[in-house]
Design a protein around this ligand. Structure first.
Ligand SMILES: Nc1nc2c(ncn2[C@@H]2O[C@H](COP(=O)(O)OP(=O)(O)OP(=O)(O)O)[C@@H](O)[C@H]2O)c(=O)[nH]1
Ligand SMILES: [Mg+2]
Length: 298
C-alpha cells in the first residue's frame, strides 16, 4: 500500500471542450451527461477510478463562460471555480481549435489557484494533420509552466491506462479515500434527473434546454424490484411547455423512453418513468428558486 496514490483532479475549461466525455471515459461508465451544446454540466460531479496502485477522484465542473447575465450562469461559474479549491491537480482542457478569448478567461481563474496544471488538448481526432498541434503546443507552453501538455481524443480514446498512469504520477501518496466499488458521489436520484435533462438537450431546439430544470418528485423501489420514478420538467414559459410535450405528446414520450433506457443501463434495474412538464416563471434568474431546484455551489 505504501506506493499507493490518492488525489482529487479537477476537470476545468470552457463549455463544450469535452470535460464530461473525458470523465466518463476515464471512469469507464457514464456518470456525467454530455451534449453537443455548451453549458451541459451544471453541477460538480465526482467520478472515481480505482486501480491497484492509485485512486483518482475526478471532479467534473461546468464550463466557465463569460456571459454572466443570468443568475443561473453566475451560480454555474461559482460552482466551477469553487470546485478547483482543495484539489491536488487541475486538468485544464482546451480543444483542437486552440486558445479563444473565453478559454483564456477561464484559464486565468484556474491559474489563480496555484495548483499544478496539466493541459489537455482535446478533440485531436478532428485534426486532419497532426502537425497542426506543434504550434499550439509551443504557444501553450509559453503561457504557463504546465506539468504536462497532453493531446487527446476523449471521444476516441486510445490508451486509457496510459493516460491514467500519466495523471497518477502527479498525485501524492496516500490510501484510497473511497470504497473500491464506488464510482461517484452522486445519488441515483440525481443521476435520474440528469438523464432526463440530457434528453431535453438532445431533443430540443437552440435555446430551450437552458430554460429547463428537472426535479425528481418520486424515486421508489416497488415490491417487484422495479424503480418507479416521477420527474417534473420545469420550463420558464407556457410556449416552452408545448414544445417539450410536442404534438400529441410525441416529443415527451420519446424523451422519456430514451431517458429510461439510460437509467436502466446505469442502475441495472427495470425503471418505470413518468414525466410531467410544468411552468415556473423565471426559475433560471431567481437564486431562491435555483436553490430549491438543487443549484448550490457544491
Ligand atoms: N470529435 C470529438 N468530439 C468530442 C470529443 N470529446 C467530446 N466531444 C464532443 O464535444 C461535445 C461536448 O462534450 P461534453 O463532454 O459535453 O463537453 P463539456 O466540456 O463537458 O461541456 P460543458 O459541460 O457544457 O462545459 C459533445 O458533442 C461530445 O461528443 C473528442 O475527443 N472528439
Ligand atoms: Mg460537461
Amino acid at each position: 500500500m505504501s506506493n499507493h496514490k490518492f488525489g482529487y483532479v479537477a476537470l476545468v475549461g470552457s463549455p463544450n471542450v469535452g470535460k464530461s466525455t473525458l470523465l466518463n471515459q476515464l471512469v469507464g461508465q457514464k456518470i456525467s451527461i454530455i451534449s453537443r451544446r455548451p453549458q451541459t454540466t451544471r453541477h460538480r460531479i465526482l467520478g472515481i477510478c480505482s486501480q491497484p496502485d492509485y485512486q483518482l477522484v475526478f471532479v467534473d465542473t461546468p464550463g466557465i463562460h463569460s456571459d454572466q447575465k443570468k443568475s443561473l450562469n453566475r451560480v454555474i461559474n461559482r460552482t466551477a471555480i469553487t470546485s478547483m479549491t482543495d484539489v491536488d491537480l487541475i486538468i485544464f482542457m482546451i480543444d483542437q481549435k486552440g486558445w479563444t478569448v473565453e478559454m483564456r478567461d477561464a484559464f486565468e481563474k484556474a491559474k489563480s489557484k496555484s495548483t499544478p496544471i496539466m493541459l489537455f488538448i482535446n478533440k485531436i481526432d478532428k485534426l486532419k494533420n497532426k502537425a497542426e498541434l506543434l504550434p499550439l503546443i509551443e504557444r501553450s507552453s509559453k503561457l504557463h509552466s504546465f506539468v504536462d501538455i497532453v493531446p487527446v481524443s476523449a471521444l476516441k480514446m486510445k490508451d486509457r491506462e496510459g493516460l491514467l498512469n500519466l495523471i497518477a504520477r502527479h498525485l501524492p501518496p496516500g490510501p484510497p479515500g473511497f470504497p473500491e466499488e464506488q464510482i461517484t458521489d452522486r445519488s441515483q436520484r440525481f443521476m435520474a434527473s440528469e438523464f432526463v435533462r440530457e434528453q431535453t438537450f438532445l431533443a430540443l431546439g437552440q435555446e430551450l434546454p437552458y430554460s429547463i430544470a428537472v426535479e425528481i418528485s418520486k424515486f421508489q423501489e416497488g415490491d417487484n424490484g422495479v424503480l418507479n420514478i416521477d420527474a417534473v420538467i420545469w420550463v420558464e414559459k407556457t410556449s416552452q411547455k408545448s414544445i417539450v410535450i410536442g404534438r400529441e405528446g410525441q416529443q415527451l414520450k420519446l424523451l422519456g423512453s430514451r431517458a429510461r433506457v439510460q437509467m436502466e443501463k446505469a442502475f441495472v434495474q427495470k425503471v418505470y418513468l413518468n414525466l410531467w412538464v410544468k411552468v415556473k416563471k423565471g426559475w433560471g434568474d431567481q437564486e431562491n428558486l435555483l436553490r430549491s431546484l438543487g443549484y448550490s455551489e457544491d
